[in-house]
Write a protein that binds this ligand. Sequence first.
Ligand code: GDP
Ligand code: MN
Length: 378
Amino acid sequence: MNLHEYQARDILRRHGIPVTAGEVARTAEEARAIAARFGGRVVVKAQVHAGGRGKAGGVKLARDAAEAGVHAAKILGMTIKGLTVERVLVAPAVDIGSETYVGIVVDRAAQRPVLMVSAAGGVDIEAVAAERPEQIHRLPIDPRYGLLPHQALGLALRLYRNVAQARLAADVMQRLYQAFYAVGASLAEINPLATTPDGTLIAVDAKIVLDDNELERHPDLAALRDTSAEAPAEAAARAAGLTFIKLAGSVGCCVNGAGLAMATMDLVKYYGGEPANFLDIGGSSNPQKVVDALKIIASDPSVRAILFNIFGGITRGDDVANGIVQATRQFPVTVPLVIRLTGTNEALAIEILTKAGFSALTDMDEAVKQAVAKARAA
Ligand code: GDP
Ligand code: MN
């Protein structure tokens, strides 16, 4: 789950990392009023779940409150990487000396968090990573011990020649790791970590991505979710207790079990199609889940055919069949439906489907081939 910058800043602040104050505005007038309270010299920042806001014109410095209002009017409603800006953060402007990058990300290959730092921080960090990777220093963190003080200082000394600043940076790194661990993040990043004229350090930007699997332990953080910033289908699926991921293809997939769902997507691709989604209705038997799943898939305009792939174990075929029949009575399903169903209560399921005018297959290859062909023909 993505957090907005203002939410990530709050987390960093709670962990003792120096961050400028800031308030969120939804209108230009609100932004102007906040800027006036901060003395006028502020930065106005688009709050969207995307990086590169500065380059897209979504981060602007203002000399006074009136100018802050003008910037906010321009930034609010702007689209950055397909996302509409509904809020801006107004924060006192910092006089920036140097900009460094400090980030922690879960490295799946290393099976642990990795701290990455660079003296070449700021808006061009992606280019640095691509063209001058030697300027990014990496340190895998052993989760049993955390980030140790000497490790943090060692990295900090690669960013700052000034030892006092290096000590401050090491402290920021350790606190960032504490924050990363405490909130269950998959990524926590400060870019830039800025030096100020008086020689101290301050986080000017913050980005945190939370691991969805950690949210159950952190209801306070789960409540920070901005559903207006997500695909509506994903929010609906979450509410229905379905595991759903929107993909770019045209074959809607409704499958029981994550492994079978993965195999189904592989097979769709193998037969020349593209899956429109990953969807696991779970192992339980519950017609309502099927109704919810079908509603989500059928409302996706890029879906040209829907493939059910059900291997009944705990999931009972008749429950799935009843769900399909109920769903098509509740709302129109205008694209072809291909149903593959086998296992528990298979005969009963096929009877229910046949009575309602559907046909069902038991062979997975055949079903996937038909679904791909129907999506093509549509
Ligand atoms: P991003 O482009 O989405 O990463 O947004 P940032 O918050 O990192 O802002 C982009 C750039 O704007 C930063 O790298 C800074 O160079 C600049 N910037 C942001 N806030 C301030 C500020 O308070 N003062 C100054 N002088 N520059 C700022
Ligand atoms: Mn940034």
